[in-house]
Design a protein around this ligand. Structure first.
Ligand SMILES: CC[C@H](C(=O)O)C(=O)SCCNC(=O)CCNC(=O)[C@H](O)C(C)(C)COP(=O)(O)OP(=O)(O)OC[C@H]1O[C@@H](n2cnc3c(N)ncnc32)[C@H](O)[C@@H]1OP(=O)(O)O
Ligand SMILES: [Co+2]
Length: 136
């Protein structure tokens, strides 16, 4: 089940200057910075009540963020939803005809397991599913 919008992903060229900009805009400081090597990104997270903003800077030229910036410039990159059971949702969405970009949940930032859906099948919006990794 989709439970809420987990974060809005924004592709930026320079994390330091975008951190300053979003700190001024939101009047809060980022609560976390985290590199996700497998994605070739460094992320910075802001929280506004229940909503999170994830700023993403590319760390490799072949990163999805680098390609996005090349093609579209800075801007909203993806919409992430929290799900209660990512494997069940991936199965359901596959049955519904959505294209999964990874067949197995992969480790994301901010202690999550994630899966992405191809934007071609979601009206041009890159969708990310996130499930909190419960320690223990
Ligand atoms: C996981 C860590 C962190 C987290 O929250 O935990 C993240 O969120 S990391 C975020 C970065 N990682 C990803 O985005 C992984 C999933 N993305 C991909 O697999 C690719 O970026 C993909 C398949 C969406 C696009 O791949 P690529 O750019 O190589 O292909 P094309 O350029 O041919 O694009 C195909 C088609 O899709 C359009 N496109 C690309 N990116 C986006 C986007 N972010 N939103 C909407 N549409 C997008 C692109 O324009 C092409 O359309 P066309 O009409 O053919 O131009
Ligand atoms: Co994300």
């Amino acid at each position: 089940m989709f439970t809420n919008v987990e974060h809005i992903g924004i592709a930026v060229r320079d994390l330091a200057s975008s951190n300053d900009l979003f700190s001024k805009l939101l009047n809060v400081l980022p609560y976390k910075a985290e590199a996700v090597e497998a994605e070739g990104v460094t992320t910075s997270f802001f929280r506004v009540n229940q909503t999170k903003i994830e700023l993403l800077e590319a760390t490799t030229p072949d990163s999805p963020i680098a390609k996005f910036l090349e093609k579209k410039g800075e801007g909203i990159h993806h919409l992430a939803f929290e799900v209660d059971d990512i494997e069940a949702e991936m199965e359901r969405l596959k049955t519904e005809g959505f294209t999964l970009l990874n067949e197995v949940p992969k480790r994301g930032a901010d202690n999550k397991l994630v899966c992405f859906l191809h934007p071609k099948g979601t009206n041009g919006v890159l969708i990310e599913l996130c499930q909190e990794i419960k320690e223990g």
